[in-house]
Design a protein around this ligand. Structure first.
Ligand SMILES: Nc1ncnc2c1ncn2[C@@H]1O[C@H](COP(=O)(O)OP(=O)(O)OP(=O)(O)O)[C@@H](O)[C@H]1O
Ligand SMILES: [Mg+2]
Length: 348
């Protein structure tokens, strides 16, 4: 019997590095059939970095899913009266200006009803007849720039997502493919430490309850090293990745930045725990910033809860004819958003 085969590329255009992961659905299996990444050397060379990535692997498709993030993206969790999806789409246009700090005409809006948890709504209860709704507003100018960039290099964006939800989707995909069944009513926090920002997404099962973007990341660690050793950013970056004999001094230099970041993330946990009367049980770390060996242990100490790095490619099959498996695994920490974007193939 012929198996239905379809592919989709998750293209994560980070502020420092472009990552692409192609997922192909072969029957009921999901296989990584393409992977590439390339550092962005300057804002102007973003398109070059994307092209570099697309040429680095034999991708099967040109269909891409990308994401936006940053201060022009507003995410709100609302409680609204029960209504049909069509009515919700209409109602949100009138409701949105209450919740977003921009003019409604300046933004692209999207909304989605959130599933209620299995405990009858103890966490995030909409109460009575209400329903929980996720509202996302993105400044039109950001969407236009983003689409311009993608189309400019001859690609067609299938869907434009938001980094933090892609992160959640990657985690949900990993859980759904896992042989060990974890209780999905527990609250876990995903923390993705990028170059300029850190995304926090607190989930129960596949449902997001809280997201926040914190404007601190791996590049702040690099800046601290550059300052202490009076070296250029690229040299500091090298020292961070390969500290050699400066290991202990580098650790001391970056620790205050890690502590600042941890304290900010902790505030998000406090907010969630107060609002929903439920503890964040475990923290899953990703993003290039989590690759420093002592980040995991430092965050675990500060949060006083289990924090661990996770591999978003862990339960996926990999086609080793088209993918450099060693390189994919070495960089897996950075691939959560790209995998989560490509995971939309399951909704095709
Ligand atoms: N081996 C490593 N050790 C320590 N840090 C690393 C390593 N490799 C990459 N990084 C850091 O990871 C960061 C890039 O990670 P990532 O690709 O997740 O960010 P990004 O998606 O480009 O940024 P953002 O999400 O903020 O837009 C940089 O700050 C880089 O210095
Ligand atoms: Mg990123």
């Amino acid at each position: 019997m012929l198996k239905k085969i379809k592919s989709l590329i998750g293209l994560d255009i980070g502020s420092s590095c472009v990552k692409a992961v192609e997922l192909t659905q072969v029957g009921s299996d999901l296989v990584i059939t393409g992977y590439g990444q390339s550092e962005i050397l300057s804002e102007k060379s973003k398109a070059d970095a994307i092209l570099d990535v697309l040429h680095s692997s034999s991708f099967r498709t040109r269909r891409v899913v990308t994401a936006v993030s940053g201060k022009s993206v507003i995410v709100r969790y609302l409680t609204m009266m029960q209504m049909s999806p069509e009515d919700l789409q209409n109602a949100i246009k009138f409701e949105a200006d209450k919740y977003i700090p921009f003019d409604v005409d300046e933004v692209v809006l999207d909304c989605q009803r959130l599933e209620e948890p299995a405990d009858g709504g103890r966490t995030g209860s909409a109460g009575g007849e209400g329903m929980r709704v996720l509202l996302v507003a993105v400044k039109r100018a950001l969407v236009d720039d983003h689409v311009g960039l993608i189309q400019g290099i001859g690609l067609t964006p299938d869907v434009i997502d938001v980094d933090t939800f892609a992160l959640g989707n990657a985690f949900a995909l990993r859980s759904s493919l896992s042989a060990t069944v974890e209780r999905d009513d527990r609250a876990v926090a995903l923390v993705d430490i990028g170059a300029n920002k850190t995304n926090v997404n607190i989930l129960r099962g596949a449902t997001s309850y809280f997201t926040r973007e914190i404007y601190l990341g791996g590049d702040d660690l690099t800046s601290a090293i550059a300052k202490r050793f009076s070296v250029e950013a690229h040299q500091a970056e090298q020292m961070k990745r390969d500290p050699g004999e400066n290991g202990e001094e580098i650790r001391q230099v970056v620790m205050p930045v890690i502590e600042d970041l941890a304290n900010e993330v902790h505030l998000s946990f406090d907010y969630f725990e107060n609002q929903f009367d439920r503890e964040v049980e475990e923290v899953y770390l990703s993003g290039g910033g989590s690759r420093l060996p002592f980040v995991e242990e430092s965050l675990e100490r500060i949060f006083e809860k289990r924090a661990r790095n996770w591999d978003p490619t862990e339960n996926l099959k990999i086609n080793s004819d088209s993918v450099d498996v060693g390189s994919l695994k070495a960089n897996a920490a950075q691939l959560a958003v790209a995998v989560g974007l490509a995971a939309r193939i399951r909704k095709d």
